[in-house]
Design a protein around this ligand. Structure first.
Ligand SMILES: [Zn+2]
Length: 684
């Protein structure tokens, strides 16, 4: 591993943060260097610190420890992500025999210089008890490959000799901080500490020294792992034709959904993130996967994001997905019962004080295909997949040079159920559509985009489908997060199927579809060209049918119900003169909604429609509004609010109607009117 330190870059960071101490700016610089290397830390793992002279709020000069705050990612850290804590009160704690986690957190918070700063890292005391100015901590995959073996301590001593101190596994917190300090004091010449089955600390008098000692130590581990390797892993026999990730994702997603026992029809679903490369395939195809993949996490910090073991499912044979489905369901049932046994026995050990977390897997290994990370959002799923990929590297290297051995179940349980770890996951109430995937057609238009935005605000992952690819991509970009923009021409069945395949590849399935794409054709029905009528039917009827059909296929694979939402127009119930070419297919679509509700109600798939009128959009643009208003001799404002309530109806109003239909789990075959009131268009 190469040092990425560049003097010019370091000075640029110092210049950028001209108002803060030079050492704190350099602390930010090397923290980012460490954090941006996935072989060292991932997604909020690891931590760093620097000890400084600073002034408190009274202006008195004091010693402080600036240490990574909880919730900050090292790769993107800012100075405020390294809150300053008074150093002396932290060091005084060392005299104690024991200190509860709650007391530790209280003392740390009480000594923050800025009372609104984030909680200092759970490893703060370890940083405080060491005398060095700069302290760096990572969960290097290469170092873990050495420590996570039977006899890992001996292997590390062979690699590092007297250069490092060795700390046996102790859960993070006060006891580990004390043990680390004692190890250091036995030989103050050491440049760092190896924490058995956890990670590595290095320290130095300046930012560069601590950082480059980390790089040097990791390089030694990498070099050791290159020597005397066995070829891993011998592959199992796989089916000739393997199914692809898009075929199997909805099956896995459905099997890993948890039925809500309190609300009938509700599910706790996950978003999926798929990863595949040579190293992953080599790992998941191994004949002994059931041994080495189930041994436990590579560092306890991963437990809350990946659970202690991944789920292994059978290799999926193309064309035989029914057998795969059954295999997955059985594997999930076994996984849950294994998790429950693990919980019950360990909970009894700690006096029955813990409440079980949900028993569903966070990582799924699929021989022949790759791995899936699961989470309540795309971001969480990505984190699980990335950690699983790093674990594969660690385990593969451990097995190639010896054999992989993780911590025992009891230690992993203590970490998984540690209140300070669970606090990292946050306690904010979940949004109503967390874990759900929504596809919206015509999403670059006014109603489509407002609807996509409303569903994203409600916590769903959103795919924006539009016939104009650049518009779909641009709208997805403005929405931010994981929003996906896709080209989709609903008049072309291949285009619809391709778009839905991409939605599945990105998120793992689909739960809600808003079939919104449409356009208006006019013509007096007795004289209109048949081609015009057919063209309108292609978009305003068959378009909805193609989209609904593609979605239902995925929903049936998931077997967790679903929701089809259609934009029908008031034309479907209250035709306007010369608007037959638009109204007729829309009327057929209204019946289509009812047919879906009827045919798929038993599978929990709901079908509802919104009947909206007079919304500013691509169909009803400013020029057209001005023309219609002039034709009726009213102002534009009066034209737009010409309804019983006298209020203009907006795209956001339509979006909220779709959202409420998506959330109403006992409502199907419904048509919600959003038009400000129009008795002639009221449903009978
Ligand atoms: Zn750590």
């Amino acid at each position: 591993m190469q040092s990425e330190w560049v003097d010019r870059d370091a000075e640029a960071v110092v210049d950028r943060y001209a108002g803060i101490a030079r050492d704190l700016a350099l602390r930010v610089y090397t923290t980012r260097l460490l954090g941006q290397n996935p072989k060292l830390v991932l997604h909020g793992g690891g931590n760093t610190s620097v000890k400084l002279r600073s002034v408190d709020l009274n202006g008195d000069e004091i010693d402080v420890l600036c240490v990574k705050g909880s919730g900050w990612d090292m790769g993107t850290i800012e100075p405020v992500g390294l809150p300053a804590v008074r150093l002396d009160p932290l060091r005084k704690l060392r005299a104690r025999e024991a200190l509860s986690d709650e007391a530790m957190v209280r003392v740390q918070r009480a000594n923050l210089i800025d009372p609104s700063a984030p909680n200092p890292s759970v490893e703060t005391l370890l940083h405080a008890f060491l005398p060095h100015k700069f302290v760096d901590h990572t969960h290097s995959t290469a170092v873990l490959s050495l420590t996570d073996q039977p006899g890992g301590e001996g292997l590390c001593e062979e690699v590092y000799g007297d250069c490092m101190g060795y700390v046996p596994y102790i859960m993070p917190g006060f006891a580990l901080a004390k043990a680390a300090a004692e190890t250091f004091e036995r030989d103050p010449a050491v440049e760092g500490l190896i924490l058995h089955k956890h990670g590595i600390f290095t320290f130095g008098a300046d930012a560069r020294e601590a950082y480059e000692r980390m790089i040097a130590a990791v390089t030694l581990a990498e070099e050791r792992l290159k020597r005397g390797r066995k070829v891993m892993f011998a592959s199992t026999q796989l089916p000739q034709q393997i199914a692809n990730s898009a075929d199997i994702a909805p099956i896995i997603r459905g099997a890993c959904a948890l039925k809500d026992e309190k609300i009938e029809g509700a599910w706790k679903r996950s978003i999926l993130d798929f990863s595949m490369n040579g190293a992953i395939l080599n790992f998941v195809n191994g004949a002994e996967i059931a041994r080495y993949s189930q041994a436990g996490v590579v560092t306890p910090d991963h437990t809350i994001r990946t659970k202690n073991w991944p789920l292994i499912v059978p290799a999926p044979e193309a064309g035989k997905l029914d057998a795969f489905k059954e295999g997955v369901r059985n594997a999930v049932t076994d996984f849950i019962s294994k998790y429950q046994t693990y919980f019950e026995s360990n909970n009894a050990r700690v006096g029955g004080t813990k409440k079980p977390l949900d028993p569903m897997p966070r990582v799924v290994l699929v021989p022949g295909v790759g791995l899936f990370g699961l989470g309540r959002s795309k971001k969480e799923a990505r984190v699980a997949a990335d950690l699983a990929e790093a674990a594969i590297e660690t385990i593969t290297d451990a097995e190639a040079t010896g054999s992989y051995q993780a911590l025992d179940d009891a230690s992993l349980f203590d970490m998984e159920y540690w209140s300070l770890e669970q606090a990292k996951l946050g306690s904010a109430a979940e949004k109503p559509l967390a874990g759900q995937i929504v596809a919206v057609t015509g999403a670059a238009g006014a109603i489509g985009f407002a609807t996509a935005a409303a569903f994203a605000t409600a916590g769903a992952e959103v795919a924006l489908l539009d016939v104009k690819e650049s518009a779909a991509l641009e709208k997805a970009k403005t929405m931010g997060g994981a929003a996906l923009g896709l080209q989709c021409d609903v008049t072309d069945v291949a285009s619809v199927n391709t778009a839905f395949k991409k939605v599945v590849e990105t998120f793992g399935g689909v739960d809600i579809v808003v079939s919104n794409a449409g356009a208006a054709w006019q013509g007096r029905i007795g004289e209109v060209d048949e081609a015009v009528l057919r063209e309108s039917f292609e978009l305003n009827f068959y378009g909805h049918q193609r989209v609904a059909q593609a979605a239902v296929k995925i929903m049936l694979e998931q077997a967790t119900g679903g929701c089809l939402l259609f934009n029908v127009s008031k034309q479907a119930v209250n035709p306007g003169p010369n608007f037959g070419p638009y109204g007729l297919p829309k009327a057929a679509t209204l019946l289509l909604v009812r047919q879906y509700a009827l045919d798929y109600g038993a599978e929990g798939i709901r079908a509802n429609a919104v009947n909206a009128d007079r919304i500013r959009s691509g169909l009803l643009n400013d020029d057209f509004i001005a023309e219609r208003a002039r034709a009726r001799g009213v102002s534009e404002k009066d034209y737009m609010s010409g309804n019983l309530l006298g209020r203009e109806v907006t795209a956001e109003d339509v979006a909220q109607a779709f959202l409420s239909q998506a959330l109403a789990l006992k409502t199907t075959a419904d048509v919600t009117t959003v038009d400000g009131g129009n008795i002639a268009a009221a449903l009978r």
